[in-house]
Write a protein that binds this ligand. Structure first.
Ligand code: WQD
Length: 337
């Protein structure tokens, strides 16, 4: 087996796809997940795909003594990919302290353990939300971080700052923050995919649930934006492309190829698609007519966000291989399974 990697939130949507790609590359994977937004069925899905069952420990990273005990028992962890966090923008506005406690305390407890180690690699799940509405598009990593539109977005900004300050005084800690754009889709095996709990907050799971009849109608949040068709533009990236970027970033750190001990990369396709374009692409690949209506804008939405991916392309030697229709078709197949 290769290096031993901890994946927190490894039974979640993005985490589970990253676990599969890590195992495909020969890494030994340990998952910590509190199952607050996933189920143990995902562990079976991962095992069915790779034939290797990851080590799984169910506990909450907010419980510091359990985190300390974990690293005593797994002293041979070479790297950590940290997904475990709350991620619903709207919920974070309603319950900010839940987000500050869950998303920041858990990060702090993990970093405190990594500071004790000889050397280690840390990949942080960040988000394009840190840019807010960027002044110029496509968004480069050098674009200014703007005042977050939500406590969720703020936890990503503060999280990056906590890591930067920790790396500055911990030379043996090497970290990369990956700023995701909009992850969608499912693994080609259709054994893992997105499992939104309750009413989906995000566009694509709401589309697929509407198409299959779980939801009555999709509400399109505004068509009076200054874009071609009036609807917001986003960079929708296939979750498997996103997962592979994590393995490339981790490998960069394990190989000691990083130039700084904190680096940031945008992970997107580099292409923007409007909500109506996503809907028409979905109708084409699924051969379903989608029932939707235009409603008022959603508070906090930015008009347009899509990635400048040159840095990840050249430095990580990574690029997205799937396009929007590939990702939407995989999401639809997952919904229909
Ligand atoms: C996309 C577009 C909506 C739902 C957020 C977080 C980001 C990441 C992904 C966690 C927007 C429109 C949506 C619907 C709609 N989260 N929409 N009807 O807001 O770009 O990003 O989720 O990691 O950090 O900020 O994604 O899918 O919610 O919205 O019209 O029912 O679809 O207005 O224009 P978003 P989204």
């Amino acid at each position: 087996m290769g290096k031993k990697i901890l994946v927190t939130g490894g039974l979640g949507f993005i985490g589970s796809h990253v676990v599969v790609e890590l195992q495909n590359e020969g890494f030994e994977v340990v998952i910590i997940d509190n199952l607050s937004n996933s189920t143990k069925d995902v562990l079976k899905g991962i095992t069915d795909i790779t034939g290797v069952k990851p080590i799984f420990e169910e506990f909450d990273l907010r419980d510091k003594p359990l985190v300390v005990d974990f690293f005593k028992r797994h002293h041979d962890i070479n790297g950590v990919i940290h997904f475990a966090a709350s991620k619903a923008v709207g919920e974070s506005v309603e319950n900010p302290l839940l987000y500050y406690e869950n998303n920041l305390n858990t990060l702090i407890y993990l970093l405190q353990e990594l500071q004790k180690k000889e050397t280690t690699s840390f990949i942080f799940s960040s988000s394009c939300t840190v840019y807010g509405q960027a002044d110029s598009l496509p968004v480069k990593e050098s674009a200014p971080v703007k005042k977050a539109e939500s406590p969720y977005g703020n936890t990503k900004q503060i999280g990056e700052e906590i890591i930067i300050d920790t790396c500055r005084v911990t030379p043996n800690l090497n970290a990369i923050a990956l700023r995701y754009f909009n992850p969608i889709g499912a693994h080609e095996s259709i054994k893992i995919g997105e499992l939104p709990s309750g009413t989906p907050q995000n566009l694509v799971p709401f589309i697929t649930q509407t198409a299959i009849g779980k939801r009555e109608q999709l509400s399109v949040f505004g068509d009076d934006y200054p874009t071609n068709d009036g609807t917001c533009i986003r960079d929708y990236i296939h979750v498997v492309d996103l997962a592979k970027a994590h393995v490339m970033a981790l490998t960069r750190l394990i190989n000691g190829s990083n130039k700084e001990n904190f680096e940031v990369f945008n992970i997107g396709t580099g292409k923007g698609s409007s909500v109506l374009e996503v809907i028409s692409s979905f109708e084409e690949v699924s051969n379903q007519k989608l029932n939707y209506k235009i409603v008022e804008r959603r508070e906090g939405d930015v008009i347009s966000a899509y990635a400048d991916t040159n840095k990840a392309n050249s430095i990580l030697q990574w690029e997205a291989k799937f396009n929007l229709k590939d990702a939407l078709l995989s999401a639809w197949k997952w919904e229909c399974k």
